[in-house]
Design a protein around this ligand. Structure first.
Ligand code: GZL
Length: 333
């Protein structure tokens, strides 16, 4: 065998040994787990069951979790923030839960539990109502622009009042809820367009329609013959006002114009009868967007927006009963 051939073989053997050594000592790069919906266990902290909107929102989560094979743990907070804090701590301590979804009763009071959830490595998505907390404490917020809804409510009230009187009374939802805070703010931003005069403003704790009806009854006694319109923060409060108006001998939709929010099936009934003049939609069917965002969070997707505003419209008695009945037939809630 020639010297050069021997040298070539030796070189080849030496190279092979080095490569073998490299491959043997190289640490395998761990493959990053890619989560799917079946890997998700969601702790869902719902406000309660105070309205048709809330029932539709809860159904959206239950139905979507079932169809997407997501494990859903549910808390009805009975509209009490202390129950939401307890639920947060329960889900933070639960090793099975990797996602927490909050529909907030109030706008503040969550920073400590959000910090604890982040420390525990839980993905947190805020749905429905905005909260005042640092946005780095949650993955994203998916919910309505209540200020815009309030603007739309004022414009609808101006249209309904036309050239008549502009005295309006307000029946608010729970005073701590961003939906009530921002609808009130938005309505006042928009009501200057036609010179609306807000005669009085009272809030129904926990959005309780029984309280709402009592508020309207008191208004009718205190401002007899002076009320031209009612700004009610959701459909249940608008319907309670209509019942009080009709019981007083006045006619809702004729003597007093009523504007509600949510555009639920019950709200549509009063649009169709003409007793409610306008209903500003608030979309409760948020679960598909929320679960997708949570999955993105689990998979470390970055660059998501701090807020994803819901898509929604508005409906008017002036569209006519037949058109409204046709729309209602297509709606899920
Ligand atoms: C709106 C939601 C509000 C509804 C009410 O997104 O937070 O809470 O308008 C419900 O019906 O109580």
């Amino acid at each position: 065998m020639t010297k050069s051939r021997t040298l070539r073989i030796a070189l080849a053997l030496a190279t092979a040994a080095v490569l073998a050594g490299c491959s043997a000592s190289a640490t395998p790069v761990p493959t990053k787990k890619v989560y799917t919906f079946k890997d998700m266990t969601v702790g869902f902290i719902q406000t309660g069951s105070e309205s048709g909107w809330r029932a539709a929102n809860t159904s959206s989560f239950n139905e979507t979790a079932k169809s997407d094979n997501i494990t859903l743990k549910f808390t009805d907070s009975q509209n009490k923030i202390e129950n939401q804090i307890t639920a947060f701590n329960t889900y933070i301590a639960d090793p099975a839960v990797n996602v927490i979804v909050l529909a907030a009763v109030d706008v503040t009071g969550y920073n400590d539990v959000l910090t604890a959830a982040k420390t525990a490595g839980k993905v947190v998505v805020i749905e429905d109502r905005r909260i005042d907390a640092p946005s780095n404490l949650y993955y994203t917020y998916i919910g309505s622009d209540f200020d815009k809804e309030g603007n739309e409510g004022a414009a609808a009230m101006c249209t309904a009042l036309g050239s008549g009187g502009k005295n309006v009374v307000e029946i608010g939802g729970d005073q701590g809820a961003s939906a009530a805070i921002d609808r009130a703010k938005g309505f006042r931003e928009g009501d200057t367009a036609c010179g609306i005069n807000i005669l009085d403003s009272q809030y129904a704790a926990a959005w309780d329609p029984t309280v709402g009806k009592s508020i309207m009854e008191a208004y009718l006694k205190k401002y007899t013959g002076k009320i031209n319109g009612v700004f009610a923060h959701n459909d249940e409060l608008a319907i309670a006002a209509i019942q009080a108006i009709d019981a007083s001998g006045l006619k809702a939709g004729k003597d007093v114009q009523v504007v509600g929010f949510d555009a639920t099936a019950d709200g549509f009934k009063y649009l169709i009868s003409g007793e409610m003049s306008a209903d500003i939609e608030c979309n409760p069917l948020l679960a598909p967007q929320v679960f997708q965002a949570a999955l993105d969070g689990l998979n470390g997707v970055t660059g998501q927006p701090t807020w994803v505003p819901s898509q929604e419209g508005q409906f008017f008695a002036s569209q006519g009963a037949d058109a409204l009945k046709a729309i209602l037939a297509t709606r899920k809630y």
